[in-house]
Design a protein around this ligand. Structure first.
Ligand SMILES: Cc1ncc(COP(=O)(O)O)c(C=O)c1O
Length: 458
């Protein structure tokens, strides 16, 4: 019988995260004057121990024992062979996935919420404030805060708040508070509500609200937390790829193709980054970040300096961006509705080390349903974007008669996204075609901003 799951023992869990900043050149975050941001400028937003990680170029960073202890609630996660999917597609490819849906909140997000809560606690912070798109990140931070005895406040993008009421209940079960964004609680929220009272909200707006709420807490004991995009988030997620490497070693295989969906880039980075160094050293691997065609950051937007949030509270980051005022259409994968992309992932795309792809909503759901009916797990709408690419690659391997090893990241389950599945089955979901004008009109802002250099790491 073929092996279906490759497992690691707890003592085989990685003890260090991999920091890709040791191996690639990056444009620094800058202010509007083009001057690099210094760590002390970020101190009101993040605790200094996380800021130090954000700028560190040490290749390996130790995972604190307290973090490893909480990781053990669900880690190491299984590397699963998608045997039934292979059979259904009749492909000679061997398809594997890292099942990150097994965490308590149901996604990869606690790989970073747990260390973030730990470092905030060590720094003496009492309350963490964040935004959430799909609700996965908000619930992951609420879970992590409950593990370390911290308060948690979440601004949830309005459209997801309405579509997924149980995510709020989940956050409350872990002691967190959740409000819809835009909200009247912040200036950023009030400004948007005044202009667009019926807005579905966006991650960019919710980030502005969360930053504002954190820095305006006069007690000084609140800090902001981001679930994607930043270097330290990518760093924490590498536990996924480091485990996967060990699991492949156990069965004597190595991936030819690596696939992950991308919103801000973190679950993709988590799986792919530990393999990138091998690629830089000459290994042949095709690495595909997959984004929604309705929010085509890597595939259609330029590499520029832009703000990470709508109100412009963050430093300018060198990334692929649709413009910080871009309002993505209301497609059903809240975690992928973000105007920008992690600077690290953007840099790899600029250097041609990864090949971005995009898929539309209906193809994503079609693949999601096929995989649910074969592998049994109902994927999060975000994950279905990776699945559409997996199916395409597996069919290509069939056409070419190649026994490729494909691995993808199963970033989350969709058990709290069933409303979207219901709409898909009743034919209510549609694809959103963006015109060139939709895509470029929010990008005029860049003209006056500093320009990032095109750097080559090797
Ligand atoms: C299940 C799931 N997958 C993917 C994403 C996209 O985020 P990232 O690109 O940072 O992994 C999200 C974000 O909310 C998510 O909830």
């Amino acid at each position: 019988m073929e092996v279906r799951k490759v497992l690691l023992e707890e003592h085989e869990m990685p003890r260090q995260w991999y920091n890709i900043l040791a191996d690639i050149k990056m444009n620094p975050p800058v202010g509007p004057d083009g001057k690099p941001i210094t760590p002390d400028m970020l101190a009101p937003v993040f605790p200094m121990n996380l800021i130090e990680q954000e700028v560190s170029s040490e290749r390996w960073i130790t995972i604190p024992e307290e973090v490893q202890g909480v990781y053990k609630i669900w880690r190491p996660s299984p590397l699963v062979r998608a045997l039934s999917l292979e059979k259904a597609l009749g492909t000679p490819a061997k398809i594997f996935f890292k099942n990150e849906s097994v965490s308590p909140p149901g996604s990869h997000k606690p790989n970073t919420s747990v260390p973030q809560a730990y470092y905030n606690k060590v720094f003496g912070i009492k309350r963490m404030i964040t935004e959430t798109g799909a609700g996965q990140w908000g619930s992951a931070l609420a879970f992590a805060c409950s593990q370390f005895g911290l308060e948690c406040k979440v601004f949830m993008v309005r459209i997801s708040f309405d579509q997924k009421p149980y995510r709020k209940a989940m956050m409350e079960a872990w002691g967190g508070k959740c409000v819809p964004s835009p909200s009247p609680e912040t200036k950023a929220g009030r400004d948007i509500l005044e202009k667009y009272p019926n807005t579905p909200g966006s991650l960019g707006i919710a980030i502005s609200e969360a930053i504002e709420a954190a820095v305006s807490d006069s007690s000084g004991s609140s800090r902001y937390s981001l679930g994607s995009v930043l270097n330290h988030v990518m760093l924490h997620q590498t536990v996924i790829g480091l485990e996967a490497k060990k699991q492949f070693e156990k069965i004597g295989l190595y991936p030819d193709v690596i696939i992950g969906c991308v919103g801000g880039g973190s679950n993709f980075a988590g799986l792919a980054f530990p393999f990138i160094l091998d690629k830089m050293n000459g290994k042949k691997i095709d690495i595909y970040p997959v984004e929604p065609a309705a929010c085509p950051t890597l595939t259609k937007a330029p590499f520029v300096y832009d703000y990470g949030d709508t109100a412009g509270y963050t430093p300018l980051l060198a990334m692929h961006s649709l413009g910080h005022a871009f309002m993505p259409p209301p497609f059903h994968a809240g975690g992928l509705r973000y105007h920008g992309m992690a600077p690290t992932v953007s840099q790899l795309a600029v250097e041609g080390l990864i090949q971005p792809r995009s898929v539309n909503q209906l193809d994503a759901y079609k693949a999601g349903v096929l995989v649910a009916r074969t592998e049994g797990i109902i994927p999060a709408p975000e994950t279905t974007h990776a699945l559409a690419c997996v199916v395409e690659e597996a069919l290509k391997a069939k056409e070419e008669g190649k026994e490729k090893v494909i691995v993808f990241n199963w970033s989350g389950h969709g058990l709290l996204d069933l409303g979207a599945y219901e709409k898909y089955f009743s034919g209510e979901l549609k694809n959103y075609a963006l015109s060139d004008d939709d895509i470029t009109s929010s990008q005029k802002v860049f003209e006056s901003y500093p320009k990032p250099g095109i750097l080559k790491s090797r």
